[in-house]
Design a protein around this ligand. Structure first.
Ligand SMILES: C[S@@+](CC[C@H](N)C(=O)[O-])C[C@H]1O[C@@H](n2cnc3c(N)ncnc32)[C@H](O)[C@@H]1O
Ligand SMILES: Nc1nc2[nH]cc(C(=O)O)c2c(=O)[nH]1
Ligand code: SF4
Ligand SMILES: [Mg+2]
Length: 241
């Protein structure tokens, strides 16, 4: 089965979550089972990117990584869309492992795949109320349960994007439900079209300041980490970075 690929880009740095700052190459798949109101990658599912989708084999993807130069990176991040929709990613994961690559995955936690057990840095990002999506906690429970051993080994984290107080209350609930999973709060970017990078950075830093101020007064958040999207601070809304 081929893999619907929208972007292969990098090396860049992972701008989010548990391995923020890590040099990595991104593979972005097409298709999502959600439609978040503030999705910064809506072209993966809203039809605007459909002409750019390439149906690739794992071998073709690896060939493209070879063109980038395998000596230039040791980490690959698979994102989307929701890559967890694609059972056939197992073959790509195995090929990357054979090349000694570490592998990251970005998913919202709605779908389980057995190949997730072979991911080194797995980010589960359940969606807060501001997204307009509803979390199926039964599915999320199942996914976290299936990954229990990986959590103990430090390969799994939770990351919730925050826009408002309602999102914070949701994040608290998720954190309390899965207290052993490393937990990240991420600043939400609601200015997805602005092309003035400096203006965006200032705005996002103010939101980071607000989020930090909420976390430091709340004992329920003693164990969380608060982060911005580093790539948004550096490069704004630019695609493919
Ligand atoms: C584009 S999504 C793709 C992976 C998967 N569908 C998911 O949502 O986890 C990658 C990450 O970007 C986050 N994200 C999407 N739009 C965002 C925004 N406007 N501001 C901050 N983070 C955002 C998501 O929550 C997710 O953690
Ligand atoms: N630099 C960079 N870091 C990221 N972390 C998660 C991303 C994503 O869109 O999944 C992303 C992205 O698009 N770029
Ligand atoms: S789950 Fe991820 S890719 Fe899908 S709409 Fe939400 S943020 Fe976008
Ligand atoms: Mg992104």
């Amino acid at each position: 089965m081929r893999i619907p690929v929208l972007e292969i880009f990098g090396p860049t740095i992972q701008g989010e979550g548990a391995v923020i700052g890590k040099k990595t190459v991104f593979i972005r798949t097409a298709g999502c089972d959600y439609q978040c109101s503030w999705c910064d990658s809506a072209f993966t599912w809203d039809g605007t990117g459909k002409d750019d989708i390439r149906l690739m084999t794992a071998v073709e993807i690896i060939d493209e990584l070879k063109e980038i130069g395998l000596e230039n990176f040791q980490h690959v991040t698979i994102s989307g869309g929701n890559p967890a929709l694609l059972k056939q990613l197992g073959e790509l994961v195995d090929s990357l492992k054979n090349l000694q690559m570490k592998i990251g995955l970005e998913t919202q936690g709605t779908v389980w795949q057995a190949w997730m057990l072979r991911i080194d840095d797995l980010t589960i990002s359940p969606k807060p109320p501001s997204s307009g999506m509803n979390t199926d906690f039964e599915k999320l429970d199942g996914l976290v349960e299936s990954l229990t051993k990986r959590i103990g080994e430090g390969h799994v984290s939770l990351k919730v994007v925050i826009f408002d107080e309602g999102d914070l209350a949701y994040a608290k609930r998720v954190h309390q439900k899965y207290p052993t999973v490393p937990f990240y709060l991420q600043v939400g970017n609601d200015d997805l079209t602005v092309d003035d990078d400096e203006q965006l950075s200032i705005k996002l830093l103010k939101k980071l300041d607000w989020l930090v101020s909420k976390v430091i007064i709340d004992p329920e958040f003693n164990q969380v980490r608060v982060l911005p999207q580093l790539h948004a601070l550096l490069w704004g809304n630019k695609k493919g970075v």
